[in-house]
Design a protein around this ligand. Structure first.
Ligand SMILES: C[S@@+](CC[C@H](N)C(=O)[O-])C[C@H]1O[C@@H](n2cnc3c(N)ncnc32)[C@H](O)[C@@H]1O
Length: 331
């Protein structure tokens, strides 16, 4: 049993494992091991790396479950490591994305904790999504990372909602379009609008999230206005923003909505208690990177109130995501 100080040391080394993962992804090591075990010397030659340095990084990742050292300085990929291959839809893009600008912003987490403001803006000189708009390659990586992070939750949202009463769905901040694609595939009577910043619309156009039949692609700013429709899906968008900005997006949906319309906010709710849950990590990333936050059901209910909407019910999907269904509040 590791001592208390050994356990703290292990936590403190978290950054090393995270960056080492990014390095082996960028070197393409998982792809090189797809056909079977190889020596570090072969891997170093194929990736133009220093063999001893590469060995040390792989030796760090082996006990984390990524590789098995089958003979001295010979590694094979484990089942976990295999999801980092480029032919696997998986978390490799997320690991690369989170270990670039977000990682640099995180070094200033203390600033965010002291001020409540996103460190990203201090480090990069502009807010996260403005910065991404100026950096198309990073914006494309961000969209691929969002697909990876979704891991089945788009299907789970699409199957959990009854879209029969509606005709025109607006995916607000729909980015890559995987959610809209899943909903349209299940609901042939619906037409859709993929609404996002130009970089998100570009990713959807390129098919990053799948086929988008019957879809209008509209680039715009959801703080100004959103297109008109009778059902709004907003997945993993509200959590990017503080309460004032989040309520402004929802208010714009309320304004543009056709009669009998609904807003479906898909987010992971923060559970009570101190059980481990990935959402608590994402919440602190939001603090430092976008200035947003993960919320409890009660916090979402007050946001809807502030936007002239009323929370009707919460649907728990089969994935790690809930749907908060809201209608216009009258009177
Ligand atoms: C965290 S991503 C979520 C993407 C997608 N809905 C999903 O679930 O994977 C947030 C999305 O909001 C978009 N976005 C950010 N600011 C925006 C704005 N002012 N107007 C429209 N879209 C915006 C981003 O481009 C991005 O696609």
């Amino acid at each position: 049993m590791p001592s208390a100080s050994q356990q703290i040391m292990r936590l403190g080394f978290g950054f090393a494992v995270s960056q080492a993962l990014r390095v082996i992804i960028e070197l393409g090591v998982p792809d090189l091991l797809a056909v079977g075990e190889r020596s570090v010397d072969e891997l170093a030659a194929a990736t133009q790396s220093d063999a001893d340095a590469l060995y040390r990084v792989m030796r760090l990742l082996a006990p984390e479950g990524i590789f098995r050292e089958v003979a001295p300085r010979h590694f094979e990929l484990t089942e976990i490591g295999a999801v980092l291959r480029s032919d696997q839809p998986g978390p490799r893009d997320f690991v690369s994305m989170i270990n670039s600008e977000a990682y640099l912003a995180f070094e200033q987490l203390l600033y965010s904790v002291r001020t409540g403001k996103p460190a990203f803006d201090k480090v990069f000189g502009s807010p996260r999504f403005d910065w991404l708009s100026e950096h198309p390659e990073q914006a494309a990586l961000f969209q691929r990372a969002m697909v990876a992070l979704s891991q089945g939750s788009n299907e789970a949202v699409a199957e959990a909602c009854d879209f029969r009463p509606f005709t025109r769905i607006i995916d607000v901040g729909g980015g890559h379009g995987q959610l809209l694609s899943a909903i349209l595939a299940r609901n042939p009577h619906l037409s859709g609008v993929l609404f996002d910043l130009p970089s998100g619309v570009a990713a959807a156009h390129e098919g990053a999230g799948g086929d988008l039949p019957r879809t209008e692609f509209i680039a715009g700013d959801f703080f100004e206005s959103v297109p008109s429709g009778d059902v709004y899906v907003i997945k993993k968008v509200v959590h990017d923003w503080d309460d004032g900005r989040a309520a402004a997006i929802l208010r714009n949906c309320r304004k543009a909505m056709l009669p009998n319309g609904k807003v479906l906010v898909a987010e992971t709710l923060v559970p009570p208690g101190d059980e481990p849950n990935q959402i608590k990590g994402i919440d602190v990333v939001m603090l430092a990177v976008t200035g947003g936050l993960e919320r409890t059901e009660a916090q979402y209910a007050s946001l809807f109130d502030a936007a002239g909407l009323r929370l009707e019910r919460v649907i728990q999907t089969r994935g790690p995501i809930s749907i908060l269904e809201a209608s216009p509040a009258y009177g």
